[in-house]
Design a protein around this ligand. Structure first.
Ligand code: AMP
Ligand code: GLY
Length: 433
């Protein structure tokens, strides 16, 4: 079995690691990969954006299955290209990937399928957007409709700030083409959850929920990032809630996409805001695995990649995947100083060889220099996943790993999973009465 993973982040390293765990004799390729995937297989020096070269590499290396990690190549049509060439691929078509690549489209689909989501309007012209904002309650949210690397959603405390934000997007081209269309929507309160489901377009299996931490600073403060850490299990994502998300969100969106001639195959990620009244509102859909959610999820879901390969090959037999009892994972991101705005690159990274068992280190923004030394080469440098029987213990494990890894300006949060820990403490307090 020869498998190609497209992408080069922590998510892709985690997918490669899981492929090796589930199928030890698989031959792995990553394009472009990173120093972590290089330890598990062969890095092919092709960026995830070079579709022609990727299709050619799949032929040249006799790849049996391609798994696409990031959204950009899916939105550009990589999966269509491979399917047209008769190559099995895990990931949606360009048409189905619009559920992520166009927030305006996603809103339209949700409205048509009556999926709970914030009330919104879509604009391409500035004046009507400003009029709408003038009559809107505060706070409110302005989103660039296109792909913006997780930075296109701006929560605005005031109408003035929202007006400035739409001006920057629609008039000044702040997000390039991604911001030529904007969605203005109500601000929702609650707890965020990442609910991912595997699907072949017809059937689906919901994975255990994870929780991301988008803000840079501890206590969920500071700017939004691509994600500073994730954990599972999340006890607020009860079986009943996940069933509700399946019925009210995932099944309707898949049906609506199929009805529009764009059946979705791959992993559908619903970013959920769990409202205080228990309603799961959709903040966004992604057409791929989450990063860093994947670095927490795959280590605790043995056999996951067998499903991924079967879906790609059109021979999937859905089977529920639950977290084995007493399994928890906390994935902490080590970021470069200055992340997310201006990460400082170049510092040497030292990862000790003898980290405790139950500690996994996934590479993202790293590169080897001419002398083979590991260097900071991106904003999110590494993810350190701790595995243990509780979220609290997994976090301790992850933090100990983070402390032992060294690079100048190393930036990370020590509170990944804080909501879960608070819930556990409250429950223990209530039990003591
Ligand atoms: P998105 O890219 O749409 O997921 O938005 C990025 C982040 O912005 C989310 O993870 C939330 O933290 C926040 N956000 C997005 N939409 C809303 C909303 N309607 N209400 C409150 N927060 C939001
Ligand atoms: N962790 C957020 C994302 O993957 O989009």
């Amino acid at each position: 079995m020869r498998v190609l993973v497209v992408g080069g982040g922590g998510r892709e390293h985690a997918l490669c690691w899981a492929l090796k765990r589930d199928t030890p004799d698989a031959d792995l390729f990553a394009a472009p990969g990173n120093p972590g995937t290089a330890q598990l297989g062969t890095n092919v020096d092709i960026p995830a954006s070079a579709l022609d070269d990727l299709v050619q590499a799949v032929r040249q290396h006799h790849i049996d299955v391609t798994i696409v990690g990031p959204e950009a190549p899916l939105a550009a049509g990589l999966a269509d290209r491979l399917r047209a060439a008769g190559q099995p691929v895990f990931g949606p078509s360009q048409a189905a990937a619009r559920i992520e690549s166009s927030k305006a489209f996603a809103k339209d689909v949700m409205q048509a399928a009556r999926i709970p989501t914030a009330v919104s309007r879509t604009f391409t012209a500035l004046d009507p957007a400003l009029v709408y904002i003038k009559g809107h309650a505060e706070p409110l949210v302005v989103k660039a409709s296109g792909l913006a690397g997780g930075k296109g959603a701006v929560v605005c405390a005031t109408r003035d700030e929202a007006a400035r934000t739409v001006h920057a997007m629609l008039a000044d081209g702040a997000f390039g083409d991604a911001g030529r269309e904007v969605v203005v929507e109500d601000f929702l309160e609650g707890e965020e959850l990442s609910v991912l489901a595997l699907t072949d377009g017809e059937q689906l299996v919901v994975l255990p929920a994870a929780q991301d931490h988008k803000r840079l600073g501890e206590g969920d403060t500071g700017p939004n990032t691509g994600g500073m850490g994730a954990y599972c299990p999340v006890s607020s994502a009860t079986d009943a809630l996940l069933e509700r998300v399946q019925r009210q969100v995932l099944e309707p969106v898949l049906q609506e996409l199929a009805a529009r001639g764009a059946p979705f195959q791959g992993v559908l990620y619903a970013g959920i805001m769990l409202a205080p009244d228990g309603t799961p509102y959709v903040l966004e859909f992604n057409c791929r695995f989450g990063d860093p959610e994947t670095q927490a999820l795959v280590p605790v879901l043995p056999g996951l990649t067998a499903h991924v390969r079967a879906i790609a090959r059109g021979e999937w037999r859905p089977r529920e995947m639950t977290l084995p009892a007493g399994r928890a994972a906390v994935a902490t991101v080590l970021a470069a100083p200055g992340y997310p705005d201006k990460p400082r690159l170049g510092a040497e990274v030292v990862v000790p060889r003898d980290l405790e068992p139950g500690t996994l280190v996934f590479h993202a923004g790293t590169a080897r220099d001419a002398d083979g030394a590991l260097r900071v080469a991106g904003g999110r440098v590494l993810t350190v996943t701790g595995l243990a029987d509780t979220v609290a213990a997994a976090r301790e494990q992850s933090i100990r790993g983070c402390e032992l890894i060294a690079f100048e300006g190393k930036t990370y949060r020590r509170d990944i999973g804080w909501r879960q820990l608070r819930r556990t403490t409250e429950r223990a307090g209530a039990a003591r009465g």
